[in-house]
Design a protein around this ligand. Sequence first.
Ligand SMILES: Nc1ncnc2c1ncn2[C@@H]1O[C@H](COP(=O)(O)OP(=O)(O)OP(=O)(O)O)[C@@H](O)[C@H]1O
Length: 242
Amino acid sequence: MSGASVSLRSVDKSFAGRMVLNGVDLDIASGQFVSIIGPSGAGKSTLLRLVAGLDAPSRGRIELRATGRKADVRLMFQEDRLLPWRSVLGNVLLGIKGRKQDAGRILDAVGLQGRESEFPVGLSGGQRQRVALARALIHEPDLLLLDEPFGALDAITRAAMQLLLGQLLVARPRTVVLVTHDVEEALLLSDRVLLVKDGGIARDLIFDQPRPRHRGDPALAILKEELLDGLLTAERDLASVA
Ligand SMILES: Nc1ncnc2c1ncn2[C@@H]1O[C@H](COP(=O)(O)OP(=O)(O)OP(=O)(O)O)[C@@H](O)[C@H]1O
């Protein structure tokens, strides 16, 4: 299995004295696909930013381990963050020299063959996210961190992107952490789903159904109900505190 392993020990994160994450312990194995769900403001993106090293924990330790080298970590967000003045190829090759053939191969894999010389302004939202995905994947990252990457897409494009991501990971497995509000997306793609609430990990579900998975699978439907219940309870708890 390829990919970095991730470990968090007693991780706290506070902003202006308000604790968002409180004593989080978490181990993610190399090659595991983990989704993080939870009510709004629970600290999902904060957790992802800490793992990415974009922010430091207030207390505790975070370690990424890749075999024989520093882990390469790539992020993808809800907004594509493409550079408008660079072509599709130029965006994928940002900060990279002489990998035109690799970029072409990855753009083929994400369904953008023949679009290399176009500019982001002429692409649809789904196509732009495909470029963003290609830009992350060309680095062969040990750890791919995804923060609601398909959140702004329409339902059909979103389903196509979920399928594409699943296929690309079957071809080249790596460790992935996905923050999503979409329980079904989490269950279609993940080996494991974490429910974050009250500053910690309230549920930690292993989901080892074979792939490709289908929305109608009874095992998926049962877990979806269970997780939605957990989410609704968490939202109700938040509402009663507010
Ligand atoms: N840089 C920051 N400065 C101050 N407060 C912050 C900062 N980043 C996050 N927070 C606060 O931490 C809490 C958790 O935010 P976070 O974005 O991690 O939640 P989330 O679970 O990802 O929410 P959502 O699902 O709405 O995106 C929120 O109350 C937010 O206001």
